[in-house]
Design a protein around this ligand. Structure first.
Ligand code: NAD
Length: 356
């Protein structure tokens, strides 16, 4: 019996999480290998309302004692403030990443043929695009020493060999199950930390001789993602480069409502969430696209529970529903049938019930 900690959060969080749970139910009904229980806890704005802080101790304890965490989204105008010592919903998100030592963030960018016209790029460049950006999440320039001295300021990019190595191993392991290609992205022509990154990539590659390793400078990578995105399989990179490249890559799909993410760490408990926020502008209207969260559940089955067939079933159901031209408002197009959040969730569940 797998134990899943459920952190629905704010805004559209509870609406999209509900649909993802219905999908998990449908999978467990038809798959004896996947039985699960969920326990809910507070995070973000709702946690501030009820407890005064964004990440209560009970939430951390529940997550630590679970096999995986499913998160909706946090934040909203109600809790916005610029007070430097203020309590903010995002503290919940950063806090749980730190508590679970989630050092690798995975963002799959897969283009569904049915949605190819939503992208700002020409369709001929997008067919077959299936990129996994693996970003280091707990080190590098976002965590190095920083200071302001008079009219000067500096931030330090600091990595140890082992921090780089553990991230790259995740990248190579993923590539082994995918397209067998890793692009290790750095700025080794300028930065010492990047030269260490490249050395680590060469060393780790000795254990993965079946995988093609390419070193690519980050500026070139930013350009290549637009010029020829289909050349990439796994992109493994540091914190800041990954932050920028994963946002760039995610926009190849043209839709925020379609992007899932997984954060893996050394605690053994991984966290799965959609890449988008709490969308306060549409919260409570049964309009949100639940597919990014449903895809996050598919990532959970794949990476936390090693249930590849079950994950494939979810991905195939999403593809089928999109091919049959069912759409939520954010991905609506002429001639398609518009569905609400609950209707889209039900469509995926109904498709899963007829796939075997
Ligand atoms: P957002 O991602 O919430 O929304 C941006 C736009 O995309 C909005 O128009 C929204 O309606 C739309 N959108 C987002 N997800 C959608 C979905 N599933 N279906 C349909 N449309 C969708 O980003 P924002 O507006 O910049 O931020 C809103 C709040 O969310 C802020 O408080 C922000 O701090 C927070 N946020 C949280 C996370 C997270 O929890 N991981 C990430 C980003 C932003």
């Amino acid at each position: 019996m797998y134990k899943i900690a459920l952190l629905a959060g704010d805004g559209i969080g509870p609406e999209i999480i509900k649909e993802a749970l219905n999908v998990l139910d449908a999978i467990s009904e038809s798959s004896p290998s996947f039985q699960y229980e969920v326990e809910e806890a507070l995070i973000g704005g709702i946690a501030i309302d009820e407890t005064g802080i964004a990440l209560p101790k009970e939430t951390v304890e529940l997550c630590r004692g679970s096999d995986a965490v499913l998160l909706g989204a946090v934040g909203g105008p109600k809790w916005d403030n610029t007070d430097p010592g203020g309590v903010r919903p995002e503290q919940g998100l950063l806090g749980i990443r730190k508590e679970l030592e989630l050092f690798a963030n995975l963002r799959p960018v897969k283009i569904f043929d049915a949605l190819i016209d939503s992208s700002t790029l020409k369709p001929e460049y997008l067919h077959g695009v299936d990129v996994m950006v693996v970003r280091e999440l707990t080190g590098g320039i976002y965590f190095g020493e920083r200071k302001r001295i008079g009219d000067r300021a500096f931030d330090t990019c600091d990595y140890t060999f082992s921090e780089i190595e553990r991230l790259l191993r995740i990248g190579f392991d993923l590539a082994r199950k995918r397209g067998k290609k890793v692009h290790s992205v750095d700025k080794a022509n300028v930065l010492e930390s990047s030269r260490l990154w490249r050395e680590a990539a060469v060393k780790v590659h000795e254990d993965y001789k079946d995988i093609e390793l390419n070193h690519m400078l980050v500026d070139n990578c930013a350009m290549q993602l637009i010029r020829n995105p289909a050349q990439f399989d796994v992109i493994a990179t540091g914190n800041m480069f990954g932050d920028i490249l994963s946002d760039e890559a995610s926009m190849l799909t043209g839709s925020l409502g379609m992007l899932a993410s997984a954060s893996l760490g050394s605690s053994g408990v991984s966290l799965y969430e959609p890449s988008h926020g709490s969308a306060p502008d549409i919260a409570g209207q049964n309009q949100a696209n639940p597919l990014a969260t449903i895809m996050s559940v598919s990532l959970m089955l794949r990476y936390s529970f090693d249930l590849m067939d079950e994950a494939d079933r979810i991905d195939n159901a999403i593809e089928e529903v999109l091919n049959n031209r069912f759409r939520t408002a954010d991905i609506m197009e002429d001639g398609a049938t518009r569905l609400s959040t609950t209707e889209m969730g039900k469509k995926i569940v109904d498709t899963l019930k007829t796939d075997r």
